[in-house]
Design a protein around this ligand. Structure first.
Ligand code: ADE
Length: 224
Protein backbone atom coordinates (compact mmCIF):
# COMPACT_ATOMS: atom_id res chain seq x y z
CA UNK A 1 0.00 0.00 0.00
CA UNK A 2 1.23 3.47 -0.87
CA UNK A 3 0.59 6.77 0.95
CA UNK A 4 1.45 10.07 -0.74
CA UNK A 5 1.12 12.94 1.70
CA UNK A 6 1.08 16.51 0.43
CA UNK A 7 1.95 19.11 3.05
CA UNK A 8 3.53 22.51 3.69
CA UNK A 9 5.30 21.04 6.73
CA UNK A 10 7.04 17.78 5.69
CA UNK A 11 9.19 17.80 8.82
CA UNK A 12 6.07 17.47 11.01
CA UNK A 13 5.45 14.01 9.55
CA UNK A 14 8.98 12.77 10.14
CA UNK A 15 8.61 11.65 13.75
CA UNK A 16 5.26 9.86 13.75
CA UNK A 17 5.85 7.87 10.56
CA UNK A 18 9.52 7.00 11.10
CA UNK A 19 9.18 4.79 14.17
CA UNK A 20 7.66 1.65 15.57
CA UNK A 21 5.06 -0.34 13.61
CA UNK A 22 4.81 2.14 10.72
CA UNK A 23 8.58 2.20 10.20
CA UNK A 24 8.71 -1.60 10.42
CA UNK A 25 5.91 -1.87 7.86
CA UNK A 26 7.98 0.39 5.60
CA UNK A 27 11.10 -1.74 6.18
CA UNK A 28 9.13 -4.91 5.36
CA UNK A 29 7.81 -3.32 2.14
CA UNK A 30 4.18 -3.50 3.31
CA UNK A 31 3.77 0.22 2.82
CA UNK A 32 5.50 3.10 1.11
CA UNK A 33 5.14 6.60 2.56
CA UNK A 34 6.09 9.52 0.33
CA UNK A 35 5.89 13.02 1.77
CA UNK A 36 5.70 15.86 -0.77
CA UNK A 37 6.41 19.50 0.02
CA UNK A 38 3.58 21.54 -1.49
CA UNK A 39 5.97 24.47 -1.91
CA UNK A 40 7.85 22.47 -4.57
CA UNK A 41 4.77 22.93 -6.75
CA UNK A 42 4.47 26.68 -6.25
CA UNK A 43 5.20 28.94 -9.23
CA UNK A 44 5.79 31.89 -6.90
CA UNK A 45 9.42 32.97 -6.52
CA UNK A 46 9.02 32.93 -2.73
CA UNK A 47 7.44 29.45 -2.92
CA UNK A 48 4.19 30.75 -1.48
CA UNK A 49 1.19 28.45 -1.57
CA UNK A 50 -1.40 30.65 0.21
CA UNK A 51 -3.14 33.96 -0.40
CA UNK A 52 -5.70 36.30 1.15
CA UNK A 53 -9.33 35.21 1.18
CA UNK A 54 -11.76 36.91 -1.19
CA UNK A 55 -14.55 38.66 0.68
CA UNK A 56 -12.39 40.27 3.30
CA UNK A 57 -12.26 37.38 5.77
CA UNK A 58 -9.28 37.11 8.10
CA UNK A 59 -6.74 34.33 7.55
CA UNK A 60 -4.91 32.83 4.59
CA UNK A 61 -6.27 30.30 2.12
CA UNK A 62 -4.30 27.55 0.37
CA UNK A 63 -4.29 28.23 -3.39
CA UNK A 64 -5.63 25.75 -5.89
CA UNK A 65 -2.75 25.90 -8.39
CA UNK A 66 0.09 24.23 -6.44
CA UNK A 67 -2.37 21.69 -5.04
CA UNK A 68 -3.62 20.79 -8.50
CA UNK A 69 -0.04 20.52 -9.76
CA UNK A 70 0.97 18.26 -6.88
CA UNK A 71 -2.05 16.00 -7.32
CA UNK A 72 -1.62 15.84 -11.12
CA UNK A 73 2.07 15.01 -10.70
CA UNK A 74 1.01 11.95 -8.69
CA UNK A 75 -2.08 10.87 -10.63
CA UNK A 76 -0.05 10.98 -13.87
CA UNK A 77 2.09 8.16 -12.42
CA UNK A 78 -0.54 5.82 -10.96
CA UNK A 79 -4.19 5.53 -10.07
CA UNK A 80 -5.32 6.54 -6.61
CA UNK A 81 -8.24 4.98 -4.74
CA UNK A 82 -8.90 8.12 -2.70
CA UNK A 83 -7.60 11.67 -2.55
CA UNK A 84 -8.24 12.64 1.05
CA UNK A 85 -8.33 16.17 2.41
CA UNK A 86 -7.82 16.46 6.17
CA UNK A 87 -10.04 19.08 7.73
CA UNK A 88 -11.97 19.59 10.98
CA UNK A 89 -15.19 19.77 8.95
CA UNK A 90 -14.61 16.48 7.15
CA UNK A 91 -16.33 13.18 7.91
CA UNK A 92 -15.37 11.89 11.36
CA UNK A 93 -12.68 9.19 11.14
CA UNK A 94 -13.35 5.89 12.88
CA UNK A 95 -12.27 2.24 12.87
CA UNK A 96 -14.71 1.35 10.11
CA UNK A 97 -13.14 3.94 7.82
CA UNK A 98 -9.64 2.75 8.79
CA UNK A 99 -10.69 -0.80 7.84
CA UNK A 100 -12.01 0.41 4.51
CA UNK A 101 -8.85 2.35 3.71
CA UNK A 102 -6.71 -0.68 4.65
CA UNK A 103 -8.20 -2.50 1.64
CA UNK A 104 -7.07 0.05 -0.96
CA UNK A 105 -3.79 0.35 -2.83
CA UNK A 106 -2.87 4.01 -3.29
CA UNK A 107 -3.89 7.02 -1.22
CA UNK A 108 -3.14 10.70 -1.45
CA UNK A 109 -3.59 12.71 1.74
CA UNK A 110 -3.66 16.47 1.33
CA UNK A 111 -2.99 18.22 4.63
CA UNK A 112 -5.05 21.34 5.21
CA UNK A 113 -3.45 24.46 6.69
CA UNK A 114 -4.17 28.08 7.53
CA UNK A 115 -7.90 28.74 7.06
CA UNK A 116 -8.09 25.76 4.72
CA UNK A 117 -8.02 25.25 0.97
CA UNK A 118 -9.78 27.14 -1.81
CA UNK A 119 -13.27 25.59 -2.04
CA UNK A 120 -12.60 24.53 -5.65
CA UNK A 121 -10.04 22.01 -4.35
CA UNK A 122 -12.79 20.42 -2.28
CA UNK A 123 -15.33 20.59 -5.08
CA UNK A 124 -13.17 19.21 -7.87
CA UNK A 125 -9.89 17.66 -6.76
CA UNK A 126 -10.38 15.58 -3.60
CA UNK A 127 -12.55 12.47 -3.29
CA UNK A 128 -13.13 12.50 0.46
CA UNK A 129 -12.66 14.73 3.49
CA UNK A 130 -11.68 13.38 6.87
CA UNK A 131 -11.68 14.91 10.35
CA UNK A 132 -10.04 13.03 13.21
CA UNK A 133 -12.26 14.68 15.82
CA UNK A 134 -14.25 17.72 16.81
CA UNK A 135 -11.34 19.99 17.65
CA UNK A 136 -9.08 22.16 15.54
CA UNK A 137 -5.42 21.31 14.98
CA UNK A 138 -2.89 23.80 13.61
CA UNK A 139 -2.72 21.70 10.44
CA UNK A 140 -3.74 18.41 8.89
CA UNK A 141 -0.33 16.74 9.32
CA UNK A 142 -1.14 15.10 12.64
CA UNK A 143 -4.45 13.93 11.16
CA UNK A 144 -2.56 12.45 8.18
CA UNK A 145 -0.22 10.67 10.60
CA UNK A 146 -3.20 9.32 12.57
CA UNK A 147 -4.86 7.99 9.41
CA UNK A 148 -1.61 6.45 8.11
CA UNK A 149 -0.82 4.84 11.47
CA UNK A 150 -4.28 3.38 12.05
CA UNK A 151 -4.52 2.00 8.52
CA UNK A 152 -0.98 0.58 8.48
CA UNK A 153 -1.40 -1.48 11.64
CA UNK A 154 -4.35 -3.26 10.02
CA UNK A 155 -2.31 -4.56 7.08
CA UNK A 156 -1.51 -8.28 7.31
CA UNK A 157 2.02 -8.68 8.68
CA UNK A 158 2.27 -5.17 10.16
CA UNK A 159 1.71 -6.39 13.71
CA UNK A 160 3.62 -9.50 14.72
CA UNK A 161 0.64 -11.09 16.47
CA UNK A 162 -1.78 -10.92 13.57
CA UNK A 163 -4.86 -11.51 15.67
CA UNK A 164 -4.12 -8.56 17.88
CA UNK A 165 -5.38 -5.91 15.43
CA UNK A 166 -8.61 -7.90 15.12
CA UNK A 167 -9.19 -7.90 18.88
CA UNK A 168 -8.63 -4.15 19.27
CA UNK A 169 -11.25 -1.91 20.77
CA UNK A 170 -13.87 -0.96 18.12
CA UNK A 171 -13.12 -3.91 15.80
CA UNK A 172 -16.35 -5.64 16.88
CA UNK A 173 -18.10 -2.38 17.74
CA UNK A 174 -17.16 -2.77 21.43
CA UNK A 175 -14.34 -1.52 23.65
CA UNK A 176 -11.67 -4.14 24.42
CA UNK A 177 -11.95 -6.02 27.75
CA UNK A 178 -9.45 -5.38 30.57
CA UNK A 179 -6.07 -7.10 30.14
CA UNK A 180 -3.52 -8.26 32.70
CA UNK A 181 0.00 -9.67 32.81
CA UNK A 182 2.24 -11.09 35.52
CA UNK A 183 2.34 -10.97 38.48
CA UNK A 184 -1.05 -12.63 39.14
CA UNK A 185 -1.14 -10.84 42.49
CA UNK A 186 0.44 -7.45 43.07
CA UNK A 187 0.13 -6.66 46.73
CA UNK A 188 -3.62 -7.08 47.35
CA UNK A 189 -4.56 -6.43 43.70
CA UNK A 190 -5.36 -9.72 42.02
CA UNK A 191 -5.93 -10.76 38.42
CA UNK A 192 -9.49 -12.15 38.03
CA UNK A 193 -9.46 -15.92 38.77
CA UNK A 194 -11.18 -16.77 35.51
CA UNK A 195 -8.15 -15.61 33.48
CA UNK A 196 -5.93 -18.06 35.37
CA UNK A 197 -8.40 -20.95 35.01
CA UNK A 198 -7.18 -22.15 31.61
CA UNK A 199 -10.81 -22.63 30.56
CA UNK A 200 -10.80 -21.07 27.05
CA UNK A 201 -14.58 -20.95 26.46
CA UNK A 202 -15.32 -19.45 29.87
CA UNK A 203 -12.54 -16.92 29.40
CA UNK A 204 -13.99 -15.91 26.02
CA UNK A 205 -17.45 -15.43 27.63
CA UNK A 206 -15.94 -13.38 30.43
CA UNK A 207 -14.07 -11.14 27.99
CA UNK A 208 -17.21 -10.55 25.96
CA UNK A 209 -19.19 -9.67 29.10
CA UNK A 210 -16.44 -7.28 30.25
CA UNK A 211 -16.33 -5.67 26.79
CA UNK A 212 -20.07 -5.10 26.96
CA UNK A 213 -19.87 -3.75 30.51
CA UNK A 214 -17.06 -1.36 29.60
CA UNK A 215 -18.80 -0.17 26.46
CA UNK A 216 -22.08 0.39 28.31
CA UNK A 217 -20.27 2.43 30.93
CA UNK A 218 -17.78 4.43 28.84
CA UNK A 219 -19.23 4.55 25.30
CA UNK A 220 -22.95 3.74 25.36
CA UNK A 221 -23.23 5.51 21.97
CA UNK A 222 -21.44 2.53 20.37
CA UNK A 223 -24.34 0.25 21.36
CA UNK A 224 -27.05 2.43 19.76
N1 ADE B 1 -7.00 19.95 10.55
C1 ADE B 1 -7.25 20.74 11.62
N2 ADE B 1 -8.00 20.11 12.52
C2 ADE B 1 -8.26 18.88 12.01
C3 ADE B 1 -9.01 17.77 12.48
N3 ADE B 1 -9.65 17.78 13.64
N4 ADE B 1 -9.06 16.67 11.69
C4 ADE B 1 -8.43 16.65 10.50
N5 ADE B 1 -7.72 17.67 10.01
C5 ADE B 1 -7.63 18.77 10.76
Amino acid sequence: MRFDIITVLPQLLKGPLDHSIVQRARDKGLIEVHVHDLRDFSSDKHRRVDDYAFGGDAGMVMCIEPIQKAISHLTAQREYDEIIYTSPDGKRFNQKEANRLATVKNLIILCGHYKGVDQRVRDHLVTCEISIGDYVLTGGELAAAVITDSVTRLLPGAISDETSALTDSFQDGLLAPPIYTRPAAYNEWKVPDILLSGHAAKIADWKHEESLKRTRMLRPDLLD
